[in-house]
Ligand binder design. Structure first.
Ligand code: KG4
Ligand code: ZN
Length: 340
């Protein structure tokens, strides 16, 4: 029997991407993003500028998503938006927009946890996605978070490991900044590292007990190392860029893969799904593919378009909540920090 259409409009505005997507049930019809290039010159996101740019971008990006989905705005069944965590000024733009649409069209409003949504992309119906069974270990690696999560159900997630200081993406971006690479430099380091030797330079991996993790030590030792080498040779970076990128990428990824291995040993769950911007990293992806081949892990690696912030992830989380009638009321508030 043919399913009745159910169109969910997803809105993401937690940081510096203004994004809108339309899903029909769990299928993505459109996934549109406006990146805010304005932050590149500052080496990081400037909250006030992000919020202003969201206000300019939100209506055009939503119009684009609806046009690409080939639907009419009146066909939308519910609107889902990021409730948190994120920058308050940025979240507020998507939140107030979504509340107005919900009121205007008299459709349900659904608040979504951004970090849960990064992992829920594995439930999008797509030929490149295979759906994990519960329970599985979710690994959220992004610019603001580094979490190891026991995922028992769509919205029953328990953080079993967390960063004690910097997030992995933040460490990539700060190391990249030291090398003079534009923000966000994670993908640039990844590209440059492909032609480099990961064993050329060694950086320490901070020792943290259990599944928690730390990144500030590696970052600081990297910054000090570069400064020292540059004092000896002003061309050190340009002469060694590929090897430097490859070596720091090896270090930052090894830190999290050690913890993933420990999580598998501790939980006896060999089913791993990754999410967040750093889940696009080639060394992390290669590690998981190797584990699948050699140790029969079940690994779930999202297509690149669902790694960095996007609205399809908010749409799928919204759809899963819609099915359970988990709606938010119009007075719900955005949160810079948000528990699961
Ligand atoms: O999930 P995301 O788009 O935003 C947050 O929720 O934080 O993640 C952005 C982060 C940035 O730090 C960026 O440098 C990093 O993901 N990133 C990467 C790669 N692609 C994006 N880091 C390493 N390797 C990549 N290929
Ligand atoms: Zn994110």
């Amino acid at each position: 029997m043919k399913q009745k259409p159910c169109y969910i409009l997803g809105i993401e505005s937690s940081c510096d991407e203004t994004a809108a997507a339309v899903l029909n049930h769990n299928k993505v019809l459109s996934n549109c993003i406006t990146n805010q290039e304005i932050h590149e010159q500052y080496g990081g996101v400037v909250p006030e500028l992000a919020s202003r740019a969201h206000q300019i971008n939100i209506i055009p990006v939503v119009k684009k998503a609806i046009t690409e989905a080939k639907i009419n705005i009146n066909q939308i069944s519910a609107i889902a938006c990021t409730q948190g965590p994120g920058l308050l000024g940025s979240l507020l733009v998507g939140n107030s927009f979504s509340k107005s649409v919900s009121m205007g069209l008299k459709i349900p409003l659904i608040g979504v946890n951004h970090m849960q949504a990064h992992l829920l992309v594995h439930f999008i119906e797509d030929k490149e996605i295979s759906v994990p069974n519960f329970p599985f270990i979710g690994v959220n690696v992004s610019g603001g978070h580094t979490q190891i999560i026991l995922v028992k159900d769509y919205f029953d997630m328990e953080i079993i490991g967390n960063t004690l200081d910097d997030a992995i993406g933040e460490a990539f971006d700060k190391c990249g900044n030291t090398l003079g690479l534009d923000y966000p430099s994670g993908p640039k380091i990844d590209n440059l590292s492909k032609l480099g030797d990961p064993t050329k330079f060694n950086f320490p991996i901070p020792k943290v007990n259990g599944l928690n993790i730390s990144y500030s030590g590696s970052k600081t030792s990297f910054i000090n190392f570069i400064k020292k080498e540059k004092d000896k040779d002003s061309n050190f970076i340009s002469n060694n860029l590929n090897d430097i990128c490859s070596s720091i990428q090896f270090n930052l990824i090894k830190n999290i893969t050690n913890k993933i291995e420990l999580a598998v040993r501790k939980t006896n769950i060999k089913s791993i799904a990754i999410g967040g911007g750093v889940s696009g990293n080639s060394t992390l992806r290669d590690f998981l593919i190797e584990k699948k081949k050699k140790e029969k892990w079940k690994v779930y690696i999202p297509p690149m378009c669902y790694t960095t912030d996007n609205a399809a992830m908010i749409g799928i989380a919204g759809y899963l909540k819609y099915k359970k009638k988990k709606f938010s009321n119009l007075s719900f508030e955005v949160k810079s920090r948000m528990e699961f």
